[in-house]
Design a protein around this ligand. Structure first.
Ligand code: SF4
Length: 307
């Protein structure tokens, strides 16, 4: 089973004293070469029932005589059968274990759930199931999520509002349609231009960044993106850009937001499909009345398209 967290030789030293020239000469070694790892987020020695009962008991949310019914209710909520309560985590697939983790988070009746890369380890079909489950639970229970992901397709699918981060700071934030349709920060534009598109003939403008990613331990002064930005000017090297919003709430941290040309289309409108692919896409999207190509029935039998 893959480790959830692996820490190798972690070091954290604080400067306790400096010389007259400002050089550090004494340190407090708060952490000095620590290594450890955590296995799964689900305890392999506990049954699903015990895993889900634990938060109910810890927070004293449900009286003991009602906890079994609550566990069954939580399992149903995430699409698992109540009889699974007696099983151990190793008896489940990756997607089912993720559902159990979601059920455990729901046990304490949260208003906000922080999801840190919740689907990155899952294959694509399971990923779409978990994302749709999160969406469904959000609608039914009125939840809010802070969803951390490196996968822009996932972000586009799940988020109402997006914040793009670079080297520890937010460089752009907007509602999801606005950010994906018209990214303003050069870093956001580079990220979005790298999303693969399922159109082999589509013409698209890919923005390739030059140079190495700076170290987060020693970020550049001024705009932290200036060493890789194609629009850098002198001011960018010394002055930190503030995150400023327009009337719509679309905010960007860039000195040149007003000067930069609008983003080119991520997918050009003239990027057409091959005729055969057009028919398949039409079949997927329900625009076909009758079978246009052999195999449409098989297409209909496939699971819904993922993210
Ligand atoms: S502030 Fe300057 S370096 Fe930073 S993103 Fe804007 S143009 Fe590029």
């Amino acid at each position: 089973m893959a480790a959830l967290l692996e820490v190798e030789h972690l070091v954290k030293h604080f400067v306790a004293e400096r010389s007259v020239f400002g050089r550090p000469i004494a340190f407090v070694k708060a952490v000095d070469g620590v290594s450890f790892h955590v296995y799964a987020s689900l305890n392999p020695r506990m049954t699903v029932s015990q895993i889900l009962t634990e938060p109910l008991a810890l927070h004293d949310l449900v009286p003991p005589d009602r906890r079994r019914a609550r566990v069954e209710e939580l399992l149903r909520l995430v699409g698992l059968e109540p009889r699974f309560a007696r099983r151990y985590p190793h008896e489940f697939s990756g997607g089912q274990r993720q559902r159990i983790a979601i059920a455990r988070a729901l046990a304490v009746e949260p208003k906000l759930i922080i999801c840190d890369e919740p689907v990155s380890a899952l294959d694509v079909s399971i990923r779409s199931q978990i994302l749709n489950l999160l969406r469904d639970l959000q609608d039914r229970l009125g939840l809010s999520y802070i969803f951390v992901s490196h996968d822009l397709a996932v972000v586009k699918h799940i988020a109402d509002r997006v914040a793009v981060m670079n080297l520890g700071g937010i460089v752009e934030t907007a509602d999801t349609p606005s950010l994906f349709a018209s990214p303003r920060h050069p870093y956001s534009r580079a990220l979005l231009s790298a999303i693969p598109v399922p159109k082999p003939q589509a013409k698209r403008s890919r923005m390739l960044l030059q140079g190495e990613m700076p170290s987060a331990l020693n970020p550049p002064p001024g705009c932290r993106f200036h060493t890789r930005c194609p629009h850098t000017i002198a001011r960018c090297r010394t002055e930190v850009p503030q995150l400023l919003a327009d009337a719509s709430g679309h905010a960007t941290a860039c000195h040149r937001t007003a000067e930069l040309p609008p983003a080119e289309a991520i997918v050009a409108s003239d990027g057409g499909f091959s005729p055969a692919l057009e028919k398949l896409v039409a079949a997927f999207s329900g625009r076909v009345e009758g079978p246009l190509v052999s195999g449409v029935g098989i297409v209909d039998a496939l699971p819904p398209a993922g993210v």
